[in-house]
Design a protein around this ligand. Structure first.
Ligand code: GRF
Length: 238
């Protein structure tokens, strides 16, 4: 039973560095934030994300895929650990496994993921390299509900960043990551407050009462570098 004023109990699935987890932990430690991280689960023992959770005083668990006969058994073990902690919503943050229907059905509309591109462009691995190889001039990140496809669920929030001349994968990834750290806590807030929800495979947004800044932040928290870039371009005469 949840009581009014209770914060949404969130579980985070990770595999590695955990910088997005950190952004969510930091947000949830701020007064008034409507969600709390109650457990962090990694499929890898050495994930730095586990230390971030422990430092924040949050339970950190490893569920090792090698201990299970198949993907479905592993996914069901995740579901059972999450349910045991009364988790209402799951955030995957750099979790390097595709979740099967065993998981996505159990958490339909209650699981979200962050991906480092403006979906539906460049799903899957190496999104930033894909963006560079295609010559994209704008990239960014997307938070979406998880369905059984690869980075394919309905979009909740996106942030755009410019791709600058001379960018390599690292420079672009770093710029995108900064945006990820802004947009994931924002998207989690929207879902926890019931302002974004999944209905019939679509995201329904209710931003009534949200400030203009909050609703435009869904699209582009900071397009200033792009604007400066365009001014440079306008001054350029061949
Ligand atoms: C992020 O770029 C995220 O979008 C992608 O994997 C990376 C994880 O980074 N799914 P971190 O572990 O959150 O630092």
């Amino acid at each position: 039973m949840t009581r009014p004023g209770d914060r949404l109990r969130v579980g985070v699935l990770v595999s590695g560095r955990g910088s997005n987890l950190q952004a969510l932990l930091d947000a949830s430690s701020r007064p008034g934030y409507p969600a709390e991280i109650v457990v962090v689960i990694s499929d890898r023992e050495r994930a730095a994300a586990l230390d971030r959770a422990r430092t924040a005083g949050v339970e950190a668990l490893v569920v090792n895929p090698k201990d299970f006969a198949d993907r479905e058994a592993f996914d069901l073990a995740l579901v059972s650990e999450l349910n045991a902690r009364r988790v209402g919503l799951v955030c995957t943050a750099g979790f390097m496994r595709i979740l099967s229907a065993a998981f996505t059905n159990a958490f339909a509309g209650r699981a979200m993921n962050i991906h480092p591109s403006l979906l539906p462009a460049f799903p899957g691995l190496h999104a930033q390299r894909q963006a560079l190889e295609h010559g994209a001039r704008v990239s960014g990140c997307t938070v979406h509900f998880v369905d059984s496809g690869l980075d394919s669920g309905p979009i909740i929030a996106q942030a755009a960043v410019p791709v600058l001349a001379g960018d390599g994968v690292e420079a672009l990834a770093a710029r995108v990551l900064k945006a990820e750290h802004q947009v994931y806590p924002l998207a989690l807030r929207l879902v926890a407050e019931g302002r974004a929800r999944m209905e019939n495979g679509r995201t329904v947004l209710n931003l009534a009462g949200a400030s203009e800044r909050a609703s435009s932040a869904l699209v582009a928290p900071d397009l200033r570098p792009l604007a400066e870039n365009l001014e440079d371009l306008a001054r350029f005469t061949p």
